[in-house]
Design a protein around this ligand. Structure first.
Ligand code: GLA
Length: 607
């Protein structure tokens, strides 16, 4: 054991010295320009997020970044992925941020690192791990002692593995962002200063900066740090704003420049033609301003990792799984007309004789005509041991992070009336004696349903889905999931519940269950299909209801008839020549039996 530990320590020291063996650089603030080893350096950067891209494809996306003319990439770091349970850290597989940064270096790209515990990013709880909600009295994004203590242990862990990759240590991380658009949330400069100190103490000892939308920059910047601006692209205004908040000096950095926008369920797909942006990009680059486009490549928010917006003016808006963003690289990583247009603009600003790498061709796609599926597990097969309670328990009470919770109780039949679920978060299938009778949906405010109970003792089931914790605004602080209030029938509380968590994480090896026929309830289905040629493909869920799909063990994300997303992107990296397995958890249309896959996505169809 001891010799193993010594070996481990030696390996870490060796890794550290390999990093520092690379040449160290100085990245500093000039009056007008960023200075790399004393010479003006303009970052032409694009954002891409390691968890939104299969690890196997990280290098391909970076090559695309180079081919468009980017010299830098930006990424957030996602706390909920790296510390899924308190004190348990994970930097493996698709969470291997160090590898992501190393590949960027090998491909000749600098990195802007955004490891703020809060990231927004259309990500579950803005990147916060769900378990923070179980810490007594903890208040995120504040000086609250419990919060700062969890924050500190996380950022120290990050510092240990990432600080050696800063330029001043021989790596390729140019600078590091603290907090994220804090001015849109609060104005406490002491809190910001604590962020700065925590970062420094964790080893982030290079250049630090903040970023905020123009209207909130005064509140969100910390005197002494560079205030970058988001969403502003008029060069004169960018310079004026940064000058005003930085002792009359630059350098000038647009930390998020939006080539389009993200989507949420039930709302039209967002696109903006490239020609509305090329002139702006041209003038920003001509003015010597550094820029990070958010997103250069959005990719996919797989699993249950999407967030949601909610405020007093708008309904609850959970984001879709595709994070295509109408970005220069599409969801699958192929160049779009926007990519070509931006590349042409960037090329104009490179020094004479510099030629960009050729644009790699789009990847081959395949279609799959018909995959047959059979029922392999009903809710009773999927549910683990439950826990009883008088009133329903929340996800957090059950230490359930994401996915679904099944609530079950018995009530006396022979009655009818309204069943109301108070504070439903977020979507529910209601069943009587195992048969679906309707849905409840937080987005539309439908929290009640008319029940006509048969005689006798009746089983009432409510399957509740967490559609994504809020990732922006004051409702970050009210983010518990499941049935958060009470269930009322005929004006009195329904009590004595069994609570069954269904995280749908480690999926079983299901075999067909012929007795699961004519089911009228959510069900897990399985199919296999054989491929003789591999390529990217898009599962067509247009005729399905609502659910989640896994291929060869990879959770591809959610589908929902409502749209605008109707297909689920399947990366070629996760398909096999020969046999492949697909699992579909369908909540609304258990009678469906077949699927096909298309050679192009449908992201713009509301139904
Ligand atoms: C803000 C946030 C980002 C992202 C964008 C919208 O600017 O900083 O994380 O949420 O909005 O995509």
């Amino acid at each position: 054991m001891r010799s193993f530990r010594l070996f481990f320590i030696a390996a870490i020291l060796l890794a550290g010295s390999l990093v520092s063996a690379q040449s160290k650089h100085q990245f500093t603030l000039g009056d007008k320009d960023f200075l790399l080893d004393g010479k003006p350096f303009q970052m032409i950067s694009g954002e891409l997020h390691y968890p939104r891209i299969p690890r196997e494809a990280w290098r391909d996306r970076m090559k695309m970044a180079k081919a468009m003319g980017l010299n830098t990439i930006g990424t957030y770091v996602f706390w909920n992925l790296h510390e899924p349970q308190k004190g348990q850290f994970d930097f493996s597989g698709n969470n291997d941020i160090v590898e992501f940064i190393k590949i960027a270096r090998e491909e000749g790209l600098w990195v802007i690192l955004r490891p703020s515990p809060y990231v927004c990013a259309e990500w579950e709880f803005g990147g916060y791990p769900y378990w923070l909600e179980n810490e007594d009295g903890l208040i995120v994004r504040s000086k609250n002692a419990q919060y700062l203590s969890e924050y500190e242990s996380y950022i120290k862990e990050l510092g240990k593995i990432l600080s050696p990759y800063q330029v001043n240590h021989g790596g390729n991380i140019l600078m590091v962002q603290i907090e994220n658009e804090y001015g849109s949330y609060g104005a406490d400069k002491e809190y910001l200063a604590i962020n700065q100190k925590m970062f420094k103490d964790a080893g982030f000892d290079g250049l630090l900066y903040t970023c905020d939308p123009a209207a909130d920059l005064v509140k969100g910047h910390l005197p002494g740090l560079l205030p970058a601006v988001n969403g502003l692209d008029d060069p004169a205004k960018v310079k004026e704003l940064i000058n005003q908040n930085h002792d009359g000096k630059g350098p000038y950095y647009i930390a998020e420049w939006y080539p389009a926008w993200f989507d949420w369920w039930g709302t039209k797909h967002h696109t903006v033609p490239a020609d509305q942006y090329t002139g702006k990009l041209d003038s920003v680059l001509a003015a010597g301003i550094s820029i990070n486009m958010y997103m250069f490549h959005g990719g996919t928010t797989r699993g249950f990792m999407n967030g949601a917006n909610y405020n007093d003016q708008a309904p609850y808006e959970p984001q879709i799984s595709s994070y295509d963003y109408d970005a220069p690289l599409d969801e699958a990583g192929n160049p779009t007309p926007k990519f070509v247009a931006f590349r042409n603009v960037i090329q104009k600003h490179l020094s004479a004789g510099t030629n960009l790498p050729p644009v790699p061709p789009a990847k081959p796609t395949i279609s799959i005509p018909k995959i047959e599926l059979e029922n392999v597990a009903g809710l009773n097969d999927l549910k683990p041991e439950g826990k009883s309670s008088e009133s329903p328990l929340t996800f957090e009470d059950m230490k359930l992070d994401y996915g679904f919770m099944l609530y079950r109780t018995k009530i006396e039949g022979g009655k009818s009336g309204i069943l109301k679920v108070k504070d439903l978060r977020d979507f529910a299938v209601v069943m009587i004696n195992g048969k679906t009778i309707g849905n409840l949906d937080r987005r539309t405010g439908v929290d009640s349903i008319n029940l006509k109970l048969p005689d006798g003792n009746v089983t009432l089931d409510i399957l509740v889905e967490n559609l994504g914790r809020i990732n922006f605004g004051k409702y970050l602080l009210q983010n518990k999931k499941g049935i958060v209030g009470k269930v009322i029938f005929q004006n009195s509380e329904v009590k004595n519940w069994q609570n069954f968590p269904l995280p749908l994480k480690s999926l079983g090896h299901y075999a067909a269950k012929p007795d699961l026929v004519d089911l009228n309830a959510p069900v897990m289905k399985k199919g296999t299909f054989s491929l003789s040629a591999i390529g990217d493909t898009y599962l067509d869920m247009t005729d399905w209801g609502k659910g989640v799909v896994w291929i060869n063990g990879h959770n591809l994300g959610r589908y929902w008839r409502t749209g605008p997303q109707q297909t689920l992107y399947v990366p070629r990296e996760w398909l096999h020549n020969g046999k492949n397995e697909i699992l579909v958890f369908e909540q609304l249309k258990p009678e469906n039996k077949e699927l096909s896959a298309l050679n192009k996505p449908i992201l713009d169809q509301l139904q």
